[in-house]
Design a protein around this ligand. Structure first.
Ligand SMILES: [Zn+2]
Length: 368
């Protein structure tokens, strides 16, 4: 694939405007301040640059109509507020691969990157034809359309019936009642195994988070080789004070089949080696846990390759072009590596050698 050509679609102007990052410095207390860019004091956070729901639907529709290749969009579920959750599918290769983005409404860069990737796969040069003979690329761009709307732009989905957070009961919700659920805790292929069902089977006989259930069902339908789930995290620094722009991780829940875990590690290491070529990318492992309801662990437990990708975020309009481009580089590298087979040559143990994420400087976004 001609990646340079694909990257044109990210928007050269925006990228050029965001390449000027300040140099790292130290506060008087010795705390290292990574280079940024940052919102300045009193600068409003803007999210208008991201596709809102109507714009996302229009973009998918346009892609479907103009695509020079097999391109299908279907609804795989409906949000609490009645918005369709879309699955876009391009290509005809035997190996299905799958991306999931924006489970958390305020984590937008994966969706923007997904649209750029789909644009290129739909209409890019003839080299894409070879790629799409090997793989079929499936994308659920924006799992959480309600929480992603600009006037909310919140982590949780929208559910007035959601209770306040109490993780011991299985309520991975907002601290306040009536806000919504954390979509990335409800990927249970068998709902009766969930904490919530175990604790409250009469109140929650079924998964109360339709956005998560839509992904569970879509993965079962597609039966992909792997699932890559794209998020945003806060700003972290390495021991040297370098700003970490992405962290990635594989499934570690007890019982993940070795094959699935190894493929996940191969994907992480492949993406790490790819983005490490770029000066703007500082990649680390993500310090993820073992909770089986998280997408990364759930799909690993089900035998799929499964990767969490976190991109620096929580900085509003700052660095949009660069952060979207980084997400796009990671996403296209794992598609490329799957199509040409190079992912399968990677030593899975190499993933363990990726540096661990350092301290947070600015933890604006909660965990995966
Ligand atoms: Zn997230």
């Amino acid at each position: 694939m001609n990646r340079r050509e694909m990257l044109k679609s990210v928007g050269g102007a925006a990228l050029g405007a965001t390449l000027f990052t300040g140099a790292a410095g130290a506060k008087p207390d010795g705390h290292i301040v990574p280079g940024g860019p940052w919102l300045t004091e009193n600068e409003p956070r803007k999210v208008e640059a991201f596709h809102d729901y109507e714009e996302l639907v229009a973009a998918l529709d346009r892609l479907q109509r103009s695509s020079e290749r097999e391109f299908a969009v279907e609804s795989v579920g409906t949000s609490n507020q009645g918005r369709d959750i879309h699955l876009a599918r391009v290509g005809s290769g035997d190996a299905d691969v799958m991306f999931v983005t924006q489970q958390h409404g305020n984590e937008p860069h994966g969706t923007e990157a997904a649209l750029s990737m789909l644009q290129y796969l739909a209409s890019g040069s003839t080299s894409v034809d070879d790629l799409l003979e090997e793989v079929t690329v499936n994308v659920v761009p924006r799992v959480n359309p309600d929480g992603s709307e600009p006037e909310l732009f919140q982590r949780y989905n929208v559910d007035p019936d959601a209770p306040a957070r109490d993780t011991s009961e299985g309520f991975f919700t907002s601290p306040d009642a009536g806000v919504g659920w954390d979509v990335n805790r409800y990927h249970w292929p068998d709902w009766t195994e969930s904490d919530l069902y175990q604790n409250r089977p009469d109140e929650y006989p079924e998964n109360p988070v339709p956005e998560a259930q839509a992904v569970v069902d879509a993965v079962a339908e597609v039966d992909p080789l792997w699932v890559v789930d794209v998020h945003n995290q806060g700003t972290y620094v390495t021991d040297d004070g370098e700003m970490i722009t992405t962290s990635m991780f594989w499934p570690i829940a007890e019982g993940v089949p070795t094959d699935a875990q190894n493929l996940s590690k191969q994907l992480v290491r492949h993406a790490y080696d790819h983005v490490s070529k770029f000066g703007y990318a500082e990649a680390t492992q993500y310090p993820g846990g073992t909770y089986p309801g998280i997408a990364r662990n759930s799909y690993g437990l089900q035998g799929y390759g499964s990767v969490l990708v976190e991109i620096r975020g929580g900085v509003g309009q700052k660095s949009n072009g660069k952060l979207t481009r980084l997400a796009l580089e990671i996403m296209t590298s794992v598609v490329d590596g799957t199509a040409d087979g190079s992912v399968f040559e990677v030593d899975p143990d190499g993933a363990e050698e990726i540096p661990e994420r350092g301290d947070y400087y600015y933890r604006d976004l909660p965990p995966e």
